[in-house]
Design a protein around this ligand. Sequence first.
Ligand code: NAP
Length: 242
Amino acid sequence: MPTVLITGASRGIGRAAAFAFARDCWRVAVCYHRAEKQGLEVVESIRDFGGLAYAFQGDIRSPEACEALVAAVADQFGPLDALVNNAGISLPCQFQDAGPEIWAETLNTNLLGARNMIAAALPSMLVRKQGAIVNVSSMWGISGASCEVPYSAAKAGLIGLTKALAKELGPSNIRVNCVAPGVIQTDMNAALSPADMEELAARTPLCRIGQADEVAEAILFLASTRASFITGQVLGVDGGFL
Ligand code: NAP
C-alpha cells in the first residue's frame, strides 16, 4: 500500500485529493494548518469507508515544521511514495496595494512552502530511488491574473520549480509534475460574487466552474504509477479556459 502526504488536505482540492487517494488504496497523511476540525473529519470519513488515514498539523512556511511533519508521517506510515504540495493562499489586490507583507506571505506559502516540503521529503526518496511529487499551481501561473500579481508570480515559480526539479531528479527515478487548475468551487473563491463566478464560467469552454474532485483525479493520476513515464509536465485542469 503506497503512502501519500497531502498538504492543505483539510479543505477544498486537498480534501478531495485525500478521498481520491484513499479510494485508490493509498495510506493518506492528511495535513492541515489551522482547520484541525476539518482535517480530523476528513480522516474519520476515510476510515468510515475502510481507508487508512491519519491527520498531521504543520505550517509549510516553516522549514523546521515541514521536517517535523515528514518525520511524523514516516513514524506513522513509513517512507513517502508521493508528496502532493497543494496548500496555498490567494490574497487578491491591486499591484499598488500589494506591499512586501503580501508578497512575502504569498511567496512563502505558495512557492517556498512547496520547496520546504520537498526538501524535507527528498532525502528518503533519494535513498529509495523512488517517488512522485505533484505540485498544485494554477492557470494564473501560466496566463497571469489581474489583481493577483504575487499569486500569479508564485504559481509561475512553482511551474519553473517543477520543470527544473524534474530534470534534476529524473536520474533518481523521482518524478515531478504539476497541475494547473482553472476556477474551482472551493473556499478560495468564496469572496467572488455570484456574478463574477458566472462570468468566469461563461469564459470557460466547458461553460462551468470546476469541482475539487476533478482536480483530485488529475493529481492522483500524476502521482500514481499510471503516469510512470511522465515528468516535468503541467496538466491543465481548467475546462479549456487557457
Ligand atoms: P482552500 O480551500 O482555501 O484550502 C487551502 C488549504 O491550504 C487549506 O487546507 C489550508 O489549511 C492550507 N494552508 C494554507 N496555508 C497553509 C500553511 N501556511 N501551511 C499549511 N497549510 C496551509 O484552497 P483550494 O481552493 O482547495 O486550493 C488548493 C490549491 O489549489 C492551492 O494551492 C490553490 O492556489 C490552488 N488553486 C486553486 C484554485 C481554485 O479556483 N480554488 C485554482 C487554481 C489553483 P487550513 O485550512 O488547515 O488552515
